[in-house]
Design a binder for this molecule. Sequence first.
Ligand code: AHR
Length: 491
Amino acid sequence: VTAQNEISFRKAEAPPVISRHIYGHFAEHLGRCIYDGFYVGDTSRIANTGGVRNDVIAALRRLKIPNLRWPGGCFADTYHWKDGIGPRQERPSIVNTWWGNVTENNSFGTHEFLNMCEVLGAMPYLAGNIGSGAVQELSDWVQYVNFDGVSPMSDLRRVNGRPAPWKVHFWGVGNEAWGCGGHMRPEYYADEYRKYATFMNTPDIFRIASGANSADYNWTAVLMKNIPLHLLQGIALHHYAVINWDRKGDAVEYTDQQYFQTMQSALRMDTLIQKHSAIMDQYDPAKKVALVVDEWGGWYNVEAGTNPGFLYQQNTMRDAMIAGATLNIFNNHADRVRMANLAQTVNVLQAVILTQGSRMLLTPTYHVMEMYAEHQDATLIPLDVHSNAYTQNGQQLPAISASASVNKRGMTHISLVNIDPVASQEVVMHTGSRSYTSLSGRILTAARLRDYNSFGQPEKIKPAVFKQATLHQQTIRLQLPPFSVVMLELQ
Ligand code: AHR
């Protein structure tokens, strides 16, 4: 146990609402995410609804999944949506050149995805192809899914069995335009964006520009300067918790130093958001444009024996630390960060669900997202956090992070993370003008940092009741074990 950490509720005039869309997910045609992960087809022996696994649907509904981004990622800028509509046996195949050069038969297309979102209760977020597609093609997609009048595209939708439009609100205008989306310069992309966005014009459309790679602040500045605000509702940011792109390390057998480096990369999200937001503030002081962190999470080497193009990795308590700390950062920046998407939902990168044949397991990351769902659409309570240091090889990171919110029923939730792999942390919290009469809590931790849920032991890691907290007037005292995530509920 180290000396005391302190957290105080800060008074705020008009604190922001934590958009539920911060808790969004991402599903790409990559490895076993869509095929095998979500979609097994309606002739599968695995229980399904319209070809989508019922176990996955139930698990994501329990997460209150607010939105789902699809079909990529890099795949989005190779995807031609018209290949994925109409009778399945007549759909053409393409080669998924970014992810393993596998043949994509387009059996999971627009109808399958949007109907699945309805079953999930999630808002769809479609990523349009601007890298290899045409303006007309994307404009047609918008018409096909959103227009309820008579038009060639809405008539085609009806012929394909869907009378009413899905009214898709969230649209990405390309993906990683600086890289796999076309290796564009920001000036060029800004012009392309203006053109594509102009023809994505059904009512109530939320267009998201392909944003910066981590600390590429010039990208954000050029886009904000050159895109008229009436065409822009969101600007993306991608940042992965990665040690080194050439030596990412193992997902399970990582060293103490690699653990520290991963957390260092994950916590960098705070600085990235602050700096990108400051640039956005110069052009948009009213914060009308959202910062959309539509790819985030830990990225390691693939599991031995799996296709390197499929990005399949295990998920240990390190991933729970990334999730807990990152979601605290997003909550605390809810004024500008109004949407985010963990990469990726099933069987790819920092997945919340892994599948093997008919079996499914929930990862530690899933449990963090489930615990944090309490923050969705609640009002932020800003915090001042004074944390002890977690030290590794002479370098330091703050050991604890936290965020708090009050929901419409007047309940306060505080999520706390101790990333220190060895020391438990004593925390004293001052709730200021808010006082409570009852406190309860849940905790996610494990015997070892490198523990994970496997198909042999799918419930090795799961939330438990947390009893190491006491409430006395405006003071809460608690003991956070090493590598733990805690959610407190106060009334
Ligand atoms: O999530 C995997 C890939 O990472 C995405 O396809 C791409 O956008 C990013 O580089």
